[in-house]
Design a protein around this ligand. Structure first.
Ligand SMILES: [Zn+2]
Length: 386
């Protein structure tokens, strides 16, 4: 639905009106469509230089909310798409139980997302039994508004000290912060830090709206904050306090999230540009030890991404740049990352290898055409039969 939610429908268009359109679209996706869409996305991600993807996956059931005959059918479509395209996958099935902080039931459009704690833990153990070198399975607690406090405690006690990625959307929207204060008497991150054992296994997605003490708490916990600058801009979320968080030693990764853009270059560029626009300064993402903003942000995002995905092998994946690209003319080791992040709009990648296998050559994924053909047919059908 990238590009389909940019027309004003009412003067108060916001994240919440975007979400209604997203729900209508998601309602039509079955496992075959899920496979075709994921495969197209993974080809685009690999061609852009992402070698791992964390799927915050919450489309589990049939449109009427009943589980498929295989309750993991939608997850398996994603696993197959990752295997067939060659990207590392960290699959994070989402626990989504209620429609708001008041504990209200899921709406009709949300029924495909819902699990009881028991059904969720059973899906998780099924999928975790199938992990391999480039497939990791962890958990995604959708958000504090969608996971009641007792369910959150139950899931965390069930997994105990097990090493697995634990992701949660948090403090993305000011309305969410206000609701959390009204119902739980604390800001979202403040509540989470007080009620969950947040540590290096955790990734807080967005964490846009933070108080100073919340920022210090996240940095001290060693959790990663997953920043998704193009989506956060597209949805009108707000700007993350990057400079203050980095000064505290905070850990960050980047994500494509809604996939309006599939480019680590654009995420890093807009991460820096958002900060420049609000501080009216330049090179906000640099540090005393690393004066290059591009290199500093790139290296922070790689380290945070490795921690967040728990894909240790990804540290040995390779991106090979095109030495003939005009934007790299005269490049030196000192300017390489800044050229990559800030110069021009043409892709600078020549090849990408994942787990020792070359998946992108001369800028193209080997199956790019066949996968795009299936995707176009699938999207045409999804957009016309409503
Ligand atoms: Zn998000």
């Amino acid at each position: 639905m990238a590009g389909l939610a940019e027309r004003q429908l009412n003067p108060a268009d916001s994240f919440w009106t975007w979400r209604e359109l997203m729900y209508r679209f998601a309602g039509r996706i079955d496992p075959e469509a899920q496979y075709d869409i994921a495969a197209q996305l993974y080809v685009e991600m690999l061609e852009a230089g992402y070698t791992s993807v964390c799927e915050f996956h919450y489309l589990h059931h049939q449109p009427d909310g009943r589980p498929y005959a295989d309750p993991a059918a939608m997850s398996r479509a994603i696993i197959a798409a990752a295997r067939d395209t060659g990207i590392r996958l960290t699959l994070l099935p989402v626990l989504y139980m209620s429609g708001g902080f008041d504990g209200r039931a899921l709406s009709e459009r949300q029924r495909r997302f819902g699990h009881s704690v028991d059904a969720y833990l059973s899906l998780l153990s099924t999928l975790r039994a199938e992990q391999h070198e480039s497939l990791r399975v962890g958990i995604a607690l959708h958000s504090l508004r969608a996971v009641p406090a007792d369910a959150l405690a139950e899931v965390l006690s069930a997994i105990g000290d097990a090493v697995m990625p634990i992701h949660i959307h948090i403090a993305e929207q000011t309305a969410e912060v206000d609701d959390c204060i009204a119902v739980r008497g604390a800001r979202p991150v403040e509540w989470l830090l007080a009620n969950a054992p947040v540590d290096a296994r955790w990734t807080l997605v967005h964490a846009t709206h933070l108080s100073d003490s919340e920022m210090r708490g996240i940095a001290a916990s060693k959790a990663v904050v997953a920043l998704c600058p193009t989506t956060e801009a597209n949805l009108g979320d707000g700007l993350f306090p990057l400079r203050e968080f980095l000064a505290l030693g905070g850990r960050i990764g980047i994500g494509s999230d809604s996939n309006v853009s599939v480019s680590p270059v654009e995420e890093l560029r807009w991460l820096e540009y958002g900060q420049r626009l609000i501080t009216r300064q330049r090179n906000v993402g640099s540090s005393a030890a690393q004066p290059s903003a591009g290199q500093n942000l790139f290296e922070l995002a790689i380290a945070g991404g490795l921690q967040s995905c728990q894909q240790e092998g990804a540290a040995r994946d390779h991106l090979v740049l095109d030495a003939d690209a005009p934007a790299l003319a005269g490049v030196t080791p000192e300017t390489l990352h800044d050229r990559f992040v800030f110069a021009g709009n043409r892709p600078l990648l020549r090849s990408v290898s994942v787990a020792g296998r070359v998946v992108v050559e001369n800028g193209r994924h080997a199956q790019a055409e066949a996968i795009a053909r299936r995707y176009r047919g699938r999207l045409q059908a999804l957009l016309t039969d409503s």
